[in-house]
Design a protein around this ligand. Structure first.
Ligand SMILES: Cc1ncc(COP(=O)(O)O)c(C=O)c1O
Length: 420
């Protein structure tokens, strides 16, 4: 029985014109009223974040809490997909996905055909590392300061394929870029296949000369995979300027996108070479979408990428970067001026080699003890770092941080260095 005959039989034919299937656009009213803020005022930007009064939050490096403006839009996106149900997934998602990619590519000034949205940096980098056609004896250069799970992945590949891992250690306060680049140059040989490098080292906030490294690597026919977990929405750069082959980032860190959103950039000439992690034989080998076989995902978070881009564009990405540098410099310079030999600043002295993140330790105090004392005695929330020759707490202010809060940090570190 066809649909018309079936409806006639059950007496519903008269209702047909009332059925709302003609219009595919969402008809849902915004359930949660949206709010706005004054992007010119740092006080107003701060007021847009619901900050816990229990402590001063200097741990924005893990991920960025959503300002209320973005949170409301996210909630509305959740409502919308819940309301549209599978109709959204089947009829609307692909178009929306393209819109989001286009918006993201515009924001990053790169090609949408070279981007996919992933869950995070881990997924992005592992997609590349597991998709390379490794041969026994291929070599990879990386630094001991890379994020732990990336090193774990390389070790797994070494066990599986017999690739050789060459580890270097990046000096915290190099006199120039050459000092860093020379370390990589010394490890390069005709078996080198890949360099894994952090654009920003997460434990100290140090920014590395990735563009110059890519030039050297390409000269030796070596590809570069960049761990940019902390960079997008943090400081200004263009992926295309770096000239890297692969770039992964977590957008939930500095772009204030809901948790579980990252990106992977693959240079269009390299897409062909990467095997998908999740089976996809239907998409052409040189189409990046073959690397994005996700299954069903919480797409409301993906939709919110465009809202987060709106938010940062209102503030101005460069203005945000300058503010973050100013906040970092404020407390670091105050501590430097104390000239207390027990206070160890674990960050490059050249301001262009870092942005918001820096690290400080106190001689004789274990990082975990320092973090605990800061939280319990001074109500300051940070994270302890005790690896790769870095012993201290990571301090990460964000656009909601005030100078008065940083004065509290300076007071606490001074106090602890003098008395503990
Ligand atoms: C440098 C670096 N790479 C990768 C990651 C992993 O990020 P995610 O957990 O979002 O995948 C982090 C997380 O903090 C990081 O700092």
């Amino acid at each position: 029985m066809n649909k018309r005959a079936f409806l006639k039989k059950i007496g519903l034919l008269g209702l047909l014109p009332l059925l709302p299937f003609k219009n595919y656009a969402s008809t849902m009213k915004k359930e949660i009223p949206e709010i706005s803020f004054d992007a010119d005022s740092w006080e107003s930007i701060r007021a847009d974040y619901k900050l816990k009064p229990d402590y001063i939050n200097l741990e924005g490096g893990y991920y960025c809490m959503l300002p209320q403006t973005i949170l409301k839009k996210y909630q509305n996106n959740i409502e919308r997909i819940n309301y549209e149900h599978s109709f959204f997934m089947r009829k609307m998602m692909e178009t929306e996905k393209e819109k989001v990619l286009k918006g993201l590519a515009e924001f990053l000034d790169c090609n949408a055909e070279e981007l996919i949205i992933t869950r995070n940096t881990t997924e992005s980098l592992d997609t590349v590392m597991s998709g390379i056609d490794w041969k026994k004896g291929d070599e990879v250069i990386y630094a001991v300061q890379e994020y732990g799970s990336m090193i774990e992945m390389l070790k797994q590949l070494s066990d599986r394929y017999g690739i050789v891992l060459r580890e270097i250690s990046i000096p915290l306060d190099p006199k120039d870029d050459e000092e860093i680049l020379d370390l990589y140059k010394k490890q390069l040989n005709r078996k080198t296949k890949l360099i894994l490098v952090s654009h920003m080292i997460n434990i100290t906030g140090q920014i590395l000369p990735v563009k110059e490294l890519c030039t050297i690597a390409h000269h030796h026919n070596v590809e570069v995979l960049v761990d940019g977990a902390h960079c997008i929405g943090h400081f200004e750069f263009k992926i295309s300027d770096l000239g890297c082959d692969y770039y992964g980032s977590s957008l939930h860190k500095w772009l204030s996108v809901p948790l579980g959103i990252g990106l992977l950039y693959v240079n269009k000439n390299k897409i062909n070479k990467i095997w998908p992690l999740l089976g996809d034989a239907a998409i052409k080998k040189d189409d990046i979408r073959k690397l994005n076989h996700t299954g069903t995902i919480p797409f409301a978070a993906n939709l919110t990428i465009l809202d987060a881009i709106d938010f940062i564009n209102k503030i101005g990405p460069l203005r945000k970067e300058e503010r973050l540098r100013e906040l970092k410099a404020y407390w670091v310079e105050k501590l430097k001026k104390l000239n207390n030999p027990r206070i160890q600043l674990n960050c490059p002295s050249d301001p262009k080699r870092s942005c918001a993140i820096a690290n400080v330790g106190i001689e004789g105090l274990k990082p975990a003890e320092l973090a605990d004392k800061l939280l319990n005695d001074y109500k300051i929330w940070t994270v302890a770092i005790d690896s790769a020759n870095v012993h201290g707490i990571r301090v990460t202010p964000n656009v909601y941080t005030t100078f008065e809060e940083l004065d509290q940090l300076v007071y606490a570190i001074k106090d602890l260095a003098e008395k503990s």
